[in-house]
Design a binder for this molecule. Sequence first.
Ligand code: HSE
Length: 401
Amino acid sequence: MRSINIGLFGFGCVGEGFYKILTSQPNSPFTIRKIVIKDETKERNVPGELLTTNPDDVFSDPEINLVVELINGNETAFNIVSQALSRRIPVVTANKKMLATHYGKLRQLVAQFETPLLYEGAVCGAIPILKTIDQYFRFDPITEIAGIFNGTTNYILTRQFEENSAFGETLLDAQKLGYAELDASSDVDAFDPKYKLKLVLAHAFGLDVPTDQILNLGISAIKEQDLAYAKNKGLKYRLMSKVVRREQQISAFVLPTLVNTHETAYNVNYANNFAEFKTDHGEEHIMIGKGAGSLPTGSAVFADVQHIATYGKGYQHEDTNDYQFTNETVLEVIISANNPEDLSQITFEEVFQEYASSDFFYKTGKILISELIKLQSAPVFVGLTSSEVFSPQTEAVLSLA
Ligand code: HSE
């Protein structure tokens, strides 16, 4: 293994976890040469001479042959990563928002400068999902993916179901434990798992789907009555990310989903994540692990650093035009609100049931994903009620369980 001199950007929760793992290795070929931070007044448990606020201290050091980017922020992170790639310095990052929003441009830089960019820590913390898709499912086409791609919301939902804890209190704890994003609305409104889903779609199907075309509805509007509805049926809510392939058509979304005791998600608790893959030949595979947190995510970043040191190359997936992304797919859902007017504007393909009390109203039925996308800022809570998806034309049923 060649020796690797690292310029580290960011020393937050993941940066510190990565640093701890890296510096605890015996006979390590890895050296951290510089750590670029924003706030120099903060106390940090690292030798002071490593710290700088000037990114040029990394880019002007000819000994640095790997950049690890772990800052909060999108454009600044993109600038750091593109600068490194343009100088042919390999990059490891865990910045899912930056990767999802600049995916096409980053792919172009990787190809142009023939320089690896790895980001396993961006998707489901410690679980090696992307490398598994690249290496194992490349020749065994995936038909379905279902998983929990966000630790914060899983932590909140677990405590709501197991302990009857209040939403606000559990979110605060998730923040204290280092699970939540700096802007926690990215977690609770399901943007964070959507960015991860976008990366999964790119690796599994060679698709670069614009993030605004991927449905993401979160749990910020969940009410006591929604929790009671699930509990009365012996079910739980989990924020699920799902992909289904029907021939060359791909649908994907992130939605709170009612799960029963037989489903994997039912027993995936707290900040754990999982991903279940169905493939043409290998059938079913499930990976469960820590989806967030300092050391788990730091361990995925460290694995990428080792990958570059060992193999000197990045991911092997290709961009293709083999698949088309579609939101013209029908799902079965429950949509609830505190005001009946908030439900009356929503177009269902078919309504199964309507319920009204003094302050809780819901409808269940079939609805197109393209209709659900319109509800992203509506004062309603949407839950997926069935693991089946339907084509509007054929009514053909596919299991998403
Ligand atoms: N906020 C993210 C989560 C961190 O809760 O899953 C890990 O990506």
